[in-house]
Design a protein around this ligand. Structure first.
Ligand code: 13P
Ligand code: SF4
Length: 312
């Protein structure tokens, strides 16, 4: 009987070859987030966290940016590189947290807080970024908030969990928005306790989108790239991982002798899994779906993103 894993690997290799040929033809660069499927991470030119992907999108000399991630990431690429064609292989790949805020609602909230400074997590729509003073990612949120004027109130949107974590790290009081990531917010202290009982020597590493009681119990809290770097460089060999399961591919690739255990089976982002190799081929063939941002929104959102990039 055929080995199904081998068959799958052969099919992936054919699709990956098709992606490589089309990429050359289109002069395209493929940027993938660490939560993407392993075969997507393998075919990408660059794999990283949200901050690194934004930096890559801003600096690339390719004509086409194919984003393997979710909508807000492709939108940021379109804001930072308006002269490029930005593609997202499945336009349904959104971020539920980004859907928990609108520009209109933020505008109304700002009017209630005189002198407010708005820090917007990049997991948000372009129109929300356009209403903001500065953006941040999980990798630089502490630095961004610490750089703000101490004399004026700060509204942190839309992730309340990240906002609470940043507030603890900086000692700054932050006004929060009630948004959250459904995958990270689902991780509980009980999940961590159970995982620790099964792997008592493991270090617990989690993303700051997790709830405060979960980040409190962790040995290390960082962005996705920060977690990979920590695990690779650590003298410890076993880790309980509190972030989306796609990160396991880079962890096991970069630290093949170490052991990684997902803290909960609920740590899956369905939107991140919408990208697959056949869709990637189709989007490079058809040059669709293309992600664009209206010029009047783009200009203001760009200012907030550039303030962030200039700080980091
Ligand atoms: P980072 O890669 O910036 O840590 O972001 C995590 C995330 O949830 C992206 O959707
Ligand atoms: Fe959004 Fe969470 Fe998915 Fe990231 S993992 S795209 S924050 S829902």
């Amino acid at each position: 009987m055929e080995n199904p894993r081998r068959e799958e690997a052969e099919v992936f290799a054919d699709w990956a070859e098709a992606v490589r040929k089309l990429k050359k033809k289109r002069n395209a660069v493929i940027l993938a987030h660490l939560y993407q499927r392993p075969e997507i991470q393998e075919v990408a030119d660059f794999v990283g966290d949200s901050l690194q992907l934004a930096q890559q999108a801003a600096g690339t000399d390719a004509d086409v940016i194919v984003f393997c991630g979710v909508h807000f990431m492709a939108e940021s690429a379109a804001i930072l590189s308006p002269e490029k064609i930005v593609l997202l292989s499945d336009s349904r790949a959104g971020c539920p947290m980004a859907g928990m805020i609108t520009a209109e609602a933020l505008h109304r909230r700002k009017a209630e807080i005189p002198g407010v400074q708005v820090v917007t997590y990049v997991n948000s729509p372009a129109a929300v970024k356009a209403e903001s003073d500065i953006c941040c990612t999980s990798a630089n949120a502490v630095k961004v908030v610490a750089a703000l004027s101490a004399d004026r109130p700060v509204l942190f949107v839309p992730d309340q969990n990240l906002g609470r974590w940043v507030s603890r790290q900086t000692g700054r009081e932050l006004l929060l928005w009630p948004g959250y990531c459904p995958a990270h917010d689902s991780l509980t202290v009980e999940d961590i306790v159970q995982a620790q009982a099964a792997h008592p020597r493991a270090r617990v590493i989690v993303h700051p989108e997790c709830r405060p009681e979960v980040t409190d119990r962790a040995d290390y809290v960082a962005s996705t790239t920060g977690l990979v770097k920590y695990a690779v460089e650590s003298e410890v060999n076993t880790f309980i991982v509190g972030t989306e399961e796609g990160i396991l591919h880079q962890l096991t690739k970069q630290a093949p002798r170490k052991e990684f255990f997902l803290a909960s089976q609920n740590l899956v982002c369905p939107d991140m899994k919408l990208t697959d190799l056949p869709k990637l081929v189709r989007c490079l063939e058809t040059m669709r779906p293309r992600i664009t941002v209206l010029p009047e929104i783009r200009e203001k959102a760009l200012a907030a993103l550039e303030r962030m990039l200039n700080l980091t």
